[in-house]
Design a protein. Sequence first.
Length: 129
Amino acid sequence: MRFAQRGFIATLTVISLLAFSLSLIVAVTYLSINESQSGLALSRGALALSFTEGCAEDALLLSGRDENYTGGTYEYLGGVCNVDVSKNGAEWTLNISGTKNDFSRTVRIVFSYVSGPPGIITLQSWLER
C-alpha cells in the first residue's frame, strides 16, 4: 500500500511539472510573437517616415524650381504622398503625408521663399507630426 501511494505522488508531481512547463512554454511563445510584431511595426513605421521625408525633400526641390508649385499626390516606391501647399506672402507651409505599407506619417515644413531663376528657400521649421 505504501509503495502505491509513493507512485501516485510521483506521478502527480510529474504531471504538475509538465503542466507548469507547458504553460511556461506557451507564455514565452506568445511574448516572442508579440515582440516580433512590435519590432515589425516599428521598422515599418520608420520606413514610412523615411518615405515621407523623401517626399518632403522632393516637394522642397519642386518649390525651389517653380514659384507656382501647388503640391499634389504622388505615387512611387510602393507608397503614396500627398503634398498640400499654403502660402502667406513669402512664407510657405508644406504639409506632407506619406503612406507606405499601411503606415502613415506626416511632416510639416515652413520656409521662406525668394523668387528668382532658382528660387531661394530658407528653412524655418521641419516637424514630424
